[in-house]
Design a protein around this ligand. Structure first.
Ligand SMILES: [Zn+2]
Ligand SMILES: [Zn+2]
Length: 368
C-alpha cells in the first residue's frame, strides 16, 4: 500500500479528540460529490494530490453545520492509487450520515466527483482495495464493503464507484478483496479469527477484556504456547492471544485455523477447561437500578455518584483523580466524567460514544 500519513500531506490537527472505535462491520465507499478536475488524474499530477487532500480537510473543518472535528473520512484514495490517511484506523468517521452509521463502518473516499473527474482509475480501485485491507488488518474492520448510499439517502459514491462496490470491490486484476460475506469465513488461510464467545458469563476472543483474559494468556505461556506474544499477556485479548490459543488447540488435535473452524484460536468450553483445569465463571453481582441521567449533572451531588465512583475505583478508572487522595463521593465532577469516559473507551460496546455521561449500559457494565 502506498500510504501517505497525515504529516506527509500536511494535515491540520483535529479540532477535538476523535472518538475511538474498537472495530467496524466493514467499510463504506464515498466520492467527493462535487467538481473534481480531470487534470488531477493525469499521470504526472500526483504532486497536486496532497493539496487536494488539504482542501478537503479545510472544507470539512469550515463546515459549521456538521461541526466536524477533522476531515470526515478515515482515508482518501487519489487517482494514482495512493492512500491518504484521514482519521485513520480505530477512529470513528463523520462521513456516513448519522452516528449509528458512523460507528458501523469506516469511510473511505475516492478523489472522484459528480462532475469533471467521475471515473475512478485502475490504480485508484487498487488503492481502495489497499485501504480496505488496511482497515481489515489494522483497524478490525469486518468484511462488509458498501456504498455510502446503502442505508442512507445520497447519490454517493456515484454510479461508477457504486457499480464497482456492487461487483465485489475487486482489484483491477479481478482479485481480492471482495465483500466475502459477513464475519470472516474461510477466505484467506492467514486470516485471524476476530469474533468473541461467551463461556460461563465471560467473554473470550478478540477485544475481550478482563483478568480472566490475563489468566488464559498466563496459562498458555506456562504450557509453552506463548511464542506469539511480543508483549503481555495482558487483560485485553489480542491477535497474539488468538494465535497462541490456536497453537494450543492444535496440540489437542483440533484442525482448521480459519475463523469458526476448530483450531481458530477462539476458545470453546472443552479447550478452555483443558487449558485451565476449570471453567472460570462470573461471580454474579447485583447491579443497582439505573438512577436516570438526572442523577449525573456536572457540579451537582447525588448518592448515585458515590455508587458510580465505587465502580470506577473497583475497575481501576481513577487516573483523573490520581493526585487528590481520592475517595468515592456524591459530587459528579468533571474528573468523574473523564474517568467515566475512560471506562467507556475501554469497553467495545460503549467506545463509539465516550462522552462520560453514564447511560444505562455504562451503569450496568461498570457495576457488573
Ligand atoms: Zn459519501
Ligand atoms: Zn495522486
Amino acid at each position: 500500500m502506498k500510504l501517505v500519513a497525515r504529516a506527509q500531506w500536511g494535515a491540520r490537527p483535529s479540532r477535538y479528540a476523535l472518538a475511538y472505535i474498537a472495530g467496524t462491520q466493514g467499510v463504506k465507499i464515498h466520492y467527493e460529490g462535487a467538481y473534481v478536475p480531470k487534470s488531477l488524474a493525469a499521470p504526472d499530477a500526483h504532486s497536486a494530490c496532497a493539496g487536494h487532500m488539504r482542501d478537503i480537510q479545510a472544507s470539512h473543518l469550515a463546515n459549521t453545520k456538521e461541526n466536524y472535528s477533522d476531515i470526515a473520512y478515515n482515508a482518501v484514495v487519489c487517482p494514482h492509487g495512493y492512500v491518504f490517511e484521514g482519521r485513520g484506523i480505530h477512529r470513528k468517521t463523520g462521513a456516513n450520515g448519522n452516528q449509528p452509521l458512523n460507528a458501523k463502518d469506516y469511510a473511505v473516499c475516492a478523489m472522484v466527483g459528480s462532475s469533471g473527474l467521475v471515473q475512478p482509475t485502475a490504480d485508484q480501485l487498487d488503492g481502495l482495495a489497499d485501504a480496505i485491507e488496511w482497515f481489515r488488518e489494522d483497524g478490525a474492520a469486518g468484511r462488509e464493503v458498501l456504498g455510502h448510499r446503502d442505508g442512507y439517502a445520497t447519490a454517493c459514491p456515484g454510479e461508477p464507484l457504486y457499480a464497482w462496490v456492487k461487483a465485489g470491490a475487486h482489484r483491477s486484476d479481478g482479485k481480492t478483496p471482495g465483500t466475502g460475506g459477513s464475519g470472516g469465513g474461510s477466505t484467506g488461510g492467514s486470516q485471524i479469527a476476530r469474533y468473541r464467545v461467551t463461556i460461563n458469563g465471560l467473554a473470550y476472543g478478540y477485544g475481550a477484556v478482563g483478568d480472566h483474559v490475563t489468566a488464559v494468556g498466563q496459562a498458555l505461556v506456562a504450557r509453552g504456547f506463548g511464542k506469539h506474544y511480543r508483549s503481555g499477556p495482558g487483560r485485553e485479548w489480542t491477535d497474539a492471544d488468538t494465535e497462541c490459543f490456536s497453537d494450543f488447540q492444535r496440540s489437542l488435535g483440533y484442525t482448521g485455523t480459519a475463523p469458526h473452524q476448530d483450531a481458530d484460536g477462539v476458545p470453546g468450553e472443552v479447550s478452555l477447561h483443558k487449558l485451565l483445569g476449570h471453567l472460570p465463571g462470573k461471580t454474579p453481582v447485583k447491579v443497582p437500578p439505573y438512577p436516570g441521567r438526572a442523577a449525573f449533572v456536572l457540579g451537582k451531588a447525588n448518592p448515585a455518584v458515590t455508587v458510580l465512583d465505587r465502580g470506577l475505583v473497583r475497575k481501576g478508572f481513577t487516573r483523573h483523580h490520581a493526585d487528590k487522595a481520592y475517595t468515592p463521593g456524591p459530587m459528579f465532577s468533571e474528573n468523574t466524567r473523564l474517568n467515566v469516559a475512560d471506562f467507556q473507551r475501554s469497553v467495545p460496546a460503549l467506545a463509539g460514544d465516550p462522552d462520560g455521561s453514564p447511560g444505562p449500559e455504562t451503569w450496568r457494565l461498570l457495576l457488573s
